[in-house]
Each structure stands twice: as structure tokens, then as C-alpha cells.
Design a protein. Sequence first.
Length: 615
Amino acid sequence: MCGIVGYIGNKQTAPILFEGLRRLEYRGYDSAGIALLQNSRLVVRKKIGKVSQLEVSFGAEKENIALGTSVLGIGHTRWATHGTPSDINAHPHTDCNDEIALIHNGIIENYGAIRTKLEKEGHVFKSATDTEALVHLIEEMKKYSGDLETAVRLALRQVEGTYGIAVISSAEPDKIIAARKGSPLIIGVGDQENFLASDASAIVDHTRKVVYLEDGEIAVLSKNSIDTKTIDNKMTTKQVEQITFDLAQIEKGGFPHFMLKEIMEQPETLRNAMRGRVLREEGTVKLSGLSDVKSVLEHAQRIIIAACGTSWHAGLVGEYMLEHYGKIPVETEYASEFRYRNPIVKPGDVVFLISQSGETADTLAALREAKQKGAAVLGICNVVGSTIARESQGGVYIHAGPEIGVASTKAFTSQLVVLALITLMIARQRGLPEEEGRKICAQLLELPGKVETILQGAEEIEKVAEEFKDNSNFLYLGRGYNFPVALEGALKLKEISYIHAEGYPAAEMKHGPIALIDNNMPVVVIAPRDRTYEKIISNIEEVKARRGRVIAIVNERDSHIASLADYLIQVPKTVDVLSPVLTIIPLQLLAYYIAVKRGCNVDQPRNLAKSVTVE
């Protein structure tokens, strides 16, 4: 959600900014802009639409030759919150004198009061955004402070909300000021040059050395130095860390879309999630990130899982896993609702926070609420060094590698595997027999090969997509472990094809949704041969009795459902607890192929953002 990139050094800035903005496009945005310092003059160019449109417009200007010599600048991709997408509302925003330029991720909650006060003092606003109030406030503070850094600090002490900002000024052409609260920022460390970004993907081609800003910190970047302090002006010491992925991982690698590439990567990402963790002969797992809290987990009175979107669906599967094998009460919460209902959380509780990015604002807020109430907080994240990973007392990385497609695929299945590993560890602590643990370990290790088998049948799933690409509604049904899969399958279709789809527990169909079923309603039924198999056959019969068209996800050689379903998609058999890892793969492919055939922008679906860093 929104993207920030900045550069200061000796190289031409504009190409670096545009390259960084292109790397950030996957996050979701509606407009883009850059600000450069050229001959002590601030040059701002911004435009609704894609980065490529801004770049073409910029390159067509006669002054572009001169602009290319700039060695300092900032760039932004905006996802609208306050004010509709437009050229005027795009970032960067400037002050009254066009001396200061600012880009901002997040929301300034008290911008209305700030704007009203500043307008009375003579400030003239151009946009409808909350961000513009901040740049004018910095301008006002600079009247008293005399320098940009102090002005930024004084302004930030007056704002409420979240922010990741970058600020430059023509009056101080040798620095970039950056600050964060609730919205991620990293600094890339170079040789006589430094970089700024909201996401490591924007700068990985230039440096692997990074510094992570913490909430409440401000940084002053010059080409030869990085100084960090709190907004209360206390110096801080930062550790330089290494980016662990390379550029090839954020390229399409010959695939038409990142989403398809990431679906096809899942055999390897599942192996990465398990590598060095599964102790097959001992029937257990080793999770180093939880080693310091093993006793806490063993004696936990209750587990709470908080997450949003796809991660919440993974959490639901985790709830079923942990209650069945760990014999412990588990609640799965929407992180976006968690702290607003004054949840009963106390010492002895363990709260797992699941987030692909590790920066999801609602999930981070839930973490802090749980920590404040005395619970042990543990993270399940993909991005190394993310805020949730740093603020948790322990946790497990899913090791899925960069996920660029907005609709999560490989992160979801890796989350499921990590939740299974956590479940097995806790279950063995609480008395699960070693022999049963060995059986689960064996089935875990077979998952990558079974996923490969499913992916080899992608062409058959594409044929099903061709048949249903013009439908306006879908219903997804599942039971037990596969009810959350129904939710996730429906979400994938909604996200990228814009088809209305709903997921339900199959038994709940007769309590309302059955009224919708006719010969125009495709019903996707997840029906592996598990302990709910006979029951879900009855649900399929109910659909067929009302002329519904059934697409069934079944185990190989299932002849019973084959006689009932209109379309059959087969997946290998595994133990019930792991079946969601396999049954979701066809649903990912089905959503992908339908979206492609409808001409949708698969990797950047409308109105969505990859990393949701505002509440």
C-alpha cells in the first residue's frame, strides 16, 4: 500500500527513482510522482495512472536533460485514502513556496484540525489529502526552527496517526529527512550514496546493506552519512543488516504473471518452509525461533491467532489443527477487530500474529494490544526484519521468498505448513505419541511432490476456467479443515477476477445460500476423502437436486463423486490436517485462469494493495 523510494549520492537520480517505483508497483497504487532537486530548485512531477505514464511524460519534457543531472530525489506511488485519485492528490506534496516536498505512507488522523489552523494563518492548500497538511505544518515549524530536521521533528510531535515520510528542501539540498510511525521504512547503505524505501525490493539492485527505522525514529540521510534519532531528539544506534533475497526472486522468470510464477513455486517454497525443521525419526520438529518460549507454549492456557485476509484463513486452519492435536482452546480473530472490542487477554495466553509482510497495520496493532495485556506474542511472517518479526517475543519465518502478486498464494500454503509444524511441536509437548508424530512428519515431507502432481494438471483446470469465466457468482463449500479453504478459494476469485464469490461451511448452505442455487450458479465443493466425506456427498446431492453445476475437488480415483459432479479436479490423498495445502492449489489456478480469460490485471487487481499499512 503506497510506495516510497529516495536517493542521495552522485548518480543521476531520476532513473533510480523510476526503477524503484516500478519495483513497488505490486503493492497497489493509483498515481505516482517524483521530486528532484536541480540547481537548488525543487522540480515536482506527478500523474494519475501508472509509473510508466509518469516516466513517458517526464521523458518528453525538454528540461529532462537538465533534470537528469539531479543527485537527490524522492518518489512515491499512492493508494488513495483521502481524496480521489488525481494529479493534484498524487504525491509529492509541496509547501506554499514550493521549497519543501514530502511523500507519505499512512494516515494523518488529525489533519482536519491542522489544516483549519494553518489556513487561518495564511497557508494555501491545493489537494484534498491528509498529507498536504503535514508538509504545510513542516513549513510553519521551519519559521521557528530554522532547519528542516528540527521542523520535521516538531511537526511530527503534533500529528496523530501513522506515517512513513521522506522530505527534501531546496534550501538544504544535501539531505533527505525520513521518519516512521506504523509504516515501514528502510535505509539502503551504499558507497558515497544512500537509499530510502518502504520495501527492500525497490533498492535490492543497488545495495544489500540496510537499516530498519523503528517507530518514532527520524533519519537524516546525506550521501556519506546516516544519522538517526527519536522525534524527541535522542540519538539512536542502528545495526546494518543484510537483505537475504536477490533480484531474480522479484522478476517474473519467463511467466506471464507473478501470480502464476508464485503458484508454480509452491513445491519449492514448501520445502523451504520445512527445511531443517522436520525431525522425521523423532516424530517432531525443531523451530529455533520458538526455542525461548517452548515452556510458555507447553503451559499455555489458550492460544489466540490474529490475522487479516488470507492470513486469517490460514489461522482458521491453524485453529482446527491446534485444537485437534494440541488439545488447547484456540480462537482465531480478525486483527482489524481485535483491539476495538477490548478482548479478554491475560498472562498465560499466547497470541500468534500471522502476516505475510510483517507490516500489516491491523495485525501490528493487535500484537501491541496483546503484549500490553501480558500475553506472549509470537509472529508468523515471510519478510525477514519486518516490524512484527522484530516486535514479537519469538516466531517462525515461512521462508516463501518475495511474494509480488497482490493475491497471496505461496505465502498461504507456507503459512499452513508452518502452522502444522507449530501444531506438531506443541502436540508432542502435550503427549502426542511419537509414532503418530512420525506419520505426520512423513506426510509433511511428501507435500511438495504432491503439489507438483497437481500443478502438472493445470491445463485441465484452465479448461474448467474457460467454461465458467463469464459467470457472475460462485459458491464455495467445504467442511472441517477445508471450510477455510472454501473461504480462501472464494477470496482468490473475488480479488483478481471481480466475480462475486462466497465461501461457506457446506452444512450451512441449507440455512440460506441454497436459495441462490440454480443452473447458473457454479458451486465449488472441496471434498477430499476425510471424516466429513459422507456428509459432503449429501451436500452435493442437495446442490444437484436444484440444478446447480458442481466443480468438485476430490482425491484421486474418487468414483463416487465423479458420478455426481459436472467437473472433477483431483488432488493426491494426505492426512486430513494437511489436506488444505493440496486442495487450495486447484482453486488458486482456477481463479488465475478465470481472471486472465476475463482480461483482468492479475498481479495488480483494482483497489487492492499488497501490504496494507493503514487501519
